[in-house]
Design a protein around this ligand. Structure first.
Ligand code: GAL
Length: 350
């Protein structure tokens, strides 16, 4: 009976929106969020013995390979946790890589009375503002994927998480950078294909404000240098995590520097896919006259690593991270204490 009522309400609501409930994975668009809220309230009233928790999920940008896997897993994992008496109603919004848009979305979540908010910040330098507003509203805040380190990876900034209802769930990007370097070190020539005593590389950077990009850029090279390898940076350019930019940067670098390019490090697999296309177009061969590294371990890239068209990648565990974020959210919703940091390991794939 309750289920019937809910589905009747849903079919009306679906005209304007799609929402993630229990059993049906769907996505809610920003404009329709109010419709979602009404459904939840009506549901709760109609079924006294069912508790429905409303969770707002703010993603920095839907148009991102890795964050798409991540947000889909958040939604399906929440759906899998629903029981006859506890429901999670998840509203997911696209920040469109614009901090002002995301700030508005968070304020809407507060106005809508979300019981918890999961946020993948557009800009980590805005963490303080978001934390202050969500904490003042008494709503637990689970930050994901972009560690709040301020503008320039300022470690002292991390103190802003010192709050009983705020936490960060993520992976330590230093580890992924180090693994990229270690994959190169494990090669017979340690990345020095032409034997001139140094590894000459191109670095395709995700987004300079993002700690994942900063740390991967730094620690991949640090791993080589710490092992005694000399390195030479031929090109370092920002590709904003995007395949087309990765391709463009790699193509230009290969035409400018030719055979001098021995390794192309990409801060993520999305850009590495583009670089792979540029490598092929330039008539170069991964594993023979050039090496290519990414991070995320997208299925396509794992396949390329096994076929040899990519040298290696690093698993950015979206399943582990999304499940941890949801588990912590549920703890907070139940009124249990949460930690300020939860770390999920990267895994080397070569
Ligand atoms: C990284 C991931 C990138 C991109 C970025 C967004 O962890 O490797 O592909 O999704 O997060 O912040």
């Amino acid at each position: 009976m309750k289920k019937k009522l809910l589905s009747a309400l849903l079919s009306v609501a679906m005209v304007a929106t799609l929402l993630v409930g229990c059993g049906g994975a769907t996505t809610t668009v920003e404009e329709a969020a109010e419709t979602t809220t009404e459904v939840a309230e009506t549901t709760e009233e109609a079924s006294g013995d069912v508790t429905t928790y409303k969770v707002g999920v703010a993603i920095y940008q839907f148009d991102d390979n890795f964050m798409t896997l991540y947000r889909n897993e958040i939604e399906s994992y929440f759906a899998s946790l629903c029981t006859d008496t506890v429901k999670y109603e998840v509203t997911t919004v696209d920040g469109k890589n614009d901090m002002a848009t995301q700030t508005d979305q968070i304020r809407n979540f507060i106005t809508q009375g979300m019981d918890a908010i999961i946020c993948n910040l557009v800009q980590t330098s805005s963490a303080e503002v978001i934390i202050d507003e969500v904490v003042a509203a008494g709503i637990p805040l689970i930050l994901i994927n972009r560690e709040p380190l301020g503008d320039n990876g300022d470690e002292s900034y991390a103190g802003i998480l010192d709050n009983a209802t705020v936490c960060y769930v993520g992976a330590d990007a230093r580890q992924s950078g180090t693994y990229q370097g270690e994959i190169v070190l494990a090669l017979d020539n340690k990345g020095d294909i032409n034997g001139d005593g140094k590894v000459s590389y191109v670095m395709i950077v995700g987004d300079p404000e993002n700690p994942d990009a900063q740390y991967r850029t730094e620690f991949s090279i640090k791993a080589l240098n710490d092992a005694g390898m000399e390195t030479e940076c031929l090109v370092e350019q920002v590709g904003n995590w995007a395949t087309d930019k990765g391709q463009e940067i790699a193509a230009t670098a290969l035409s400018q520097h030719g055979d001098a390019v021995e390794v192309i490090f990409c801060n993520n697999d999305g850009m590495a896919l583009g670089a792979a296309a540029a490598i092929e177009a330039a008539g170069r061969k991964v594993g023979e006259d050039i090496y290519l590294l990414g991070v995320d371990a997208l299925e396509e890239c794992q396949q390329m690593v096994s076929e040899g068209t990519m040298t290696g990648t690093v698993l950015n565990d979206h399943i582990g991270q999304s499940h941890k974020a949801v588990d912590v959210t549920v703890e907070a919703l139940n009124g249990n204490a949460i930690d300020n940091y939860y770390w999920v390991d990267y895994v080397m794939i070569k």
